[in-house]
Design a binder for this molecule. Structure first.
Ligand SMILES: [Zn+2]
Length: 109
């Protein structure tokens, strides 16, 4: 169960969310905030700006899931908001890009 399987459509986003014990909440956030993720009592809460387009909501969900998959949330404190930390932003974005590249190359063969 990981993002790669989701991108390959082997699993659905619901299955992956269940696996990570994550809940998605669509909120009216400030326009500069696409989304964020935090952990509370072992449950991941992924907040996504509900005003985004369908495509951007999907992208944001993948981005926030990357933070979970890269374990970027439980390193310091439980309520750490990953989106405040540039280093994590870059890592999460790179992780997704690399996955997409990998899958693109798989499909080319
Ligand atoms: Zn982020």
């Amino acid at each position: 169960m990981n993002i790669k399987n989701l991108l390959l459509e082997v699993i659905t986003d619901k299955e992956l969310l269940n696996y990570y014990n994550a809940t998605v909440i669509y909120e009216d956030t400030p326009t500069s905030v696409r989304g964020c993720v935090f952990n509370h009592d072992g449950v991941y809460f992924i907040i996504i700006n509900k005003n985004l387009s369908y495509y951007k909501r999907k992208k944001t969900l993948l981005h926030e899931l990357s933070h979970i998959e890269l374990s970027q949330l439980c390193q310091k404190e439980k309520d750490l908001f990953a989106f405040h930390i540039d280093k994590y932003e870059d890592e999460a974005n790179k992780y997704l890009k690399d996955l997409e590249k990998e899958i693109y190359n798989l499909e080319k063969r």
